[in-house]
Design a protein around this ligand. Structure first.
Ligand code: NAI
Length: 285
């Protein structure tokens, strides 16, 4: 039986994943702000370091999988955009990077990052915020987000999910991850009935926008069903799944952007494409 780390294990999707892994006989190292094996605040550098030390110590340096489900939503609050970037982006990227050697030690590991369809259905996320997050300049991102006033947390949330998704896709295909037997993928849910959504909808403006938001199949997602998708992404069936984003959102993303994907490589991108291809072929000789 395997050994897994799950962040955000005390509630919602992380709790449902923990329950399923334990029911299947695996051992789970829970990480959360409370009610967890490793109690740590992933929104601070000290908390992330403590989480990494706690998980690595309990796992004995070998992990078969990691599920990064800790996250906070776009509900209003003091300095919320900064907290969103710190928890959702750094709490995922820095912790998972610290756990990578333990995943590699298993030889056949899985990592699942919780993204969101907010990454692709939220309009107007500015490039300069994304550039700042990509390069770890949280202060700069927060300054640029001030322009957005009351919707700054929503833009920050979408930006944080774009940042983790991009990071995961870039990392997933490298020798350090794919080459070390780790399958790193992203699950991107639409609205799911959890505490995060309840907190968001307590804001009347968000609740109104939510009621008007198109979800072709209707209703909201179920945390247990999302956990079932995570279990699939942790299973042997994911041996050939690498750097993929699995969108489970009742059809909102397809409704908004049916022509955005798949999209062929544009002719002007061919030289760059070929040079990356050649570099890959050289490195895998
Ligand atoms: P939830 O609120 O039920 O669970 C999130 C867990 O993360 C909580 O147990 C919370 O204590 C933990 N957490 C929050 N901040 C933390 C910190 N600083 N350090 C350690 N743990 C912390 O939410 P849910 O819905 O289960 O969210 C799981 C993931 O799914 C999140 O990354 C969220 O962004 C994502 N997601 C959720 C959607 C939804 O509608 N519920 C939609 C799309 C993505």
């Amino acid at each position: 039986m395997g050994s897994y780390a799950v962040t955000g294990s005390a509630s919602g999707i992380g709790a449902a994943v923990t329950e399923r892994l334990r029911a299947a006989g695996h051992s789970v190292i829970e990480v959360d702000l409370r009610d967890a094996d490793v109690v740590a605040d992933l929104g601070t550098p000290e908390g992330r370091a403590a989480a990494a030390t706690g998980v690595l110590g309990r796992s004995g340096g070998v992990l078969d999988g990691a599920v990064l489900a800790a996250g906070i939503g776009p509900s209003p609050g003091p300095d919320r955009p900064r907290k969103i970037a710190q928890v959702n982006q750094l709490g995922t990227v820095e912790l998972l990077t610290a756990l990578r050697p333990a995943l590699a030690a298993s030889g056949d590991a899985r990592a699942v990052v919780l993204g969101s369809n907010s990454a692709t259905v939220t309009p107007g996320v500015p490039r300069r915020v994304l550039r700042a997050l990509r390069t770890g300049k949280i202060d700069r991102a927060v300054r640029a987000l001030r322009l957005f006033g009351p919707v700054a947390p929503n833009i920050a949330y979408a930006a944080s999910k774009i940042a983790v998704t991009e990071w995961a896709r870039r990392a997933a295909v490298t020798p350090a991850w794919a080459g070390a037997g780790i399958r790193l993928n992203v699950l991107a849910p639409g609205p799911v009935q959890t505490r995060l959504l309840d907190e968001d909808l307590a804001n009347p403006v968000a609740a109104r926008a939510f009621r008007a938001f198109p979800v072709p199949v209707g209703g909201v997602g179920d945390a247990g069903h999302l956990a079932d998708w995570v279990m699939m992404m942790l299973s042997p069936a994911a041996a050939f799944l690498c750097g993929s984003v699995i969108v489970v959102d009742g059809g909102s993303e397809a409704w908004f952007r049916p022509g955005e994907w798949p999209r062929p490589v544009a002719l002007r991108q061919v030289p760059r494409y070929l040079s990356r291809y050649r570099a890959f072929a050289r490195s895998s000789r």
